[in-house]
Write a protein of this length. Structure first.
Length: 548
């Protein structure tokens, strides 16, 4: 019994780590909604034409991610993003298990557990771990590692499976080109023992990818420049250093990608020295090293060639694939090493310490997405409130929405989609209880989407029959009902300023142009779908009046 428990302990530990990771990620993503590029899929990939599925997103093929997004939209609607978060979490767990299998074949069970745990709780890769849009990257890595395992069968069935898996990886993301390079290296390495007939396992998926490129991919966004090519060696080194930094929980790059891999650089130098020392003592590398090394180098060079600000080597979205490649390379470099109990205890302590450290970036990343969720649901709630009057072309630009995450959302397309598939937006009641940042931004969106309007006449006698006027300084704010027009009379004197709020508390986020002295301004507030009143604040040195 004791021997059996000892033998199965690594599998029990792996299962516990996977369960803990799944539970943690589902808790962290609870309540989050669609974010940034996901809206590009929801807004601009409607229908079922070839272009819908095959048009590139940035420089990537996104066939499978688009298909998944459409499937979730049809089955679960748009009101909740939870099904997408569940899928992402399960794919992350599957990738970690595949990595475990890969490393166990080379180093044994416990080192494989450590590798899987480091990938499961890789906090610096929070964008990949917490954002369902990144199923493209995760799917490519998942299918790519599975392809490497299939190649190890070294038989015809394994080659056929590898061919299918490589095609699947390429359907997820252009990141899979790196695994195609790995497969090509494997075919060339074994050409004498197994022949070149098996080259089909690379050529068929690449042929399909080539058809996509000729039909759609050549119009994809590209940032390839000579400057990027010349800077690629430094980008490669920074990427490898950042991967080491992230895996060991020593990251000095913040959640917004600001900083440098300060610990990773000396760690990279130390790793290179240790590899050199190992070659002096026992020359020669495993033949399986070269495919994964070629894939890793290809990954970082392709990222370098397409560099733009925000896509630095230390960016969170690169951390996951970079860490996976680093662990694959480490497993090959250490292949055949058998670790004693003391070394395993050290490995366990390092793994636990790294995970504990990496929980911080994961939590910080969750806070970023929670802030974006509040703004997203508030801005969309404001659009729905203003649905009667908003122009279909009205767009949630960063200046209006308070975030760049909704640049793909226009009122007409969104309202149609929400009517058909449900709404992730705050209701007016929920908006009144939302975080202050969301309430404030909702007022800004409403002021533009309704829109609020002012007309000012200077030097005229106010003609206000039937209106009840009150001194503007009699109360700090005056209640205005939707669907009404309010007159603000400013006597001769300095310029006055007018600002309004509705859902915001303690501030007036919507400022009008104000009015000069000796003027009458008519402030019109259209009727909409929310019962809440607006509130007006008038600031003037002279005794202004508000007439309703």
């Amino acid at each position: 019994m004791r021997t059996s428990l000892t033998r199965h302990a690594p599998l029990v530990a792996l299962a516990a780590a996977v369960a803990a990771s799944v539970a943690l990620l589902l808790v962290l993503t609870a309540g989050l909604t669609h974010f940034q590029d996901s809206w590009a899929f929801l807004m601009h990939r409607q229908g079922f034409s070839a272009d819908v599925f095959l048009a590139p997103h940035n420089e990537h093929i996104v066939l499978i991610p688009v298909a998944l997004e459409k499937l979730f939209l049809e089955v679960f609607g748009m009101g909740s993003a939870t099904p997408e978060y569940v899928l992402l979490t399960l794919m992350l767990a599957t990738t970690a298990v595949l990595l475990f299998v890969y490393v166990r074949r080379r180093l044994g069970a416990w080192p494989a557990v450590f590798a899987a745990v480091l990938l499961l709780f890789l906090g610096p890769a929070w964008q990949v771990l917490l954002w369902p849009f990144e199923v493209g990257f995760v799917g490519a890595v998942m299918a790519g590692i599975a392809m490497l395992l299939a190649l190890e069968r070294e038989d015809e069935r394994g080659d056929a499976i590898a061919c299918g898996l490589l095609a699947v990886a390429l359907g997820f993301s252009t990141l899979a080109v790196t695994f195609a390079v790995a497969a090509a290296v494997d075919v060339l390495q074994r050409r004498r023992s197994r022949g070149l007939g098996r080259a089909y396992l690379v050529l068929v998926p690449i042929f399909l990818f080539g058809l996509w490129y000729l039909g759609w991919g050549r119009d994809a966004e590209s940032h390839l420049t000579l400057a990027n090519v010349l800077a690629s060696p430094q980008f490669l080194l920074d990427g490898l250093a950042s991967s080491l930094d992230s895996l060991l929980g020593l990251g000095t790059v913040d959640v917004h990608g600001v900083g440098q891999p300060e610990w990773g650089r000396p760690l990279l130098v130390a790793a290179i020295v240790l590899v050199g020392y190992g070659q002096v003592r026992k020359p020669g590398f495993s033949s399986r090293l070269w495919p994964v090394l070629a894939a890793a180098v290809c990954f970082w060079l392709l990222a370098a060639f397409n560099y733009i600000p925000g896509r630095e080597a230390v960016a969170s979205r690169y951390a996951y694939a970079g860490a996976a490649f680093t662990l694959l390379i480490a497993a090959e470099l250490l292949r055949g090493v058998r670790f004693g109990p003391r070394a395993l205890w050290v490995g366990a302590v390092v793994t636990i310490a790294a995970v504990a450290s990496n929980l911080g970036p994961l939590r910080d990343g969750r806070d970023v997405l929670e802030e974006q969720t509040v703004l997203t649901r508030a801005d969309l709630g404001a659009l729905e409130i203003a649905a009667r009057t908003v122009e279909p072309s009205f767009a949630l630009t960063p200046g209006v929405a308070g975030t760049a995450s909704l640049i793909d959302v226009s009122a007409g397309d969104y309202l149609t989609l929400a009517q058909e598939h449900g709404s992730p937006a705050y209701s007016p009641g929920e908006l009144a209880d939302a975080a202050e940042a969301g309430r404030r931004q909702a007022d800004v969106v409403l002021s533009q989407a309704l829109p609020l309007s002012t007309v000012t006449e200077v030097g005229v006698e106010p003609d206000l029959p039937g209106r009840r006027c009150v001194p503007a300084d009699a109360t700090p704010e005056l209640e205005l009902a939707p669907g009404t027009t309010t007159a603000i009379v400013v006597p001769p004197g300095p310029r006055a300023s007018f600002s309004v709020r509705r859902f915001a508390v303690g501030e007036y986020p919507v400022s009008t142009e104000g009015a000069p002295g000796d003027s009458v301004t008519l402030l019109r507030i259209p009727r909409d779908r929310a019962p809440q009143s607006w509130w007006l604040r008038v600031e003037a040195e002279q005794p202004a009046r508000v007439c309703r």
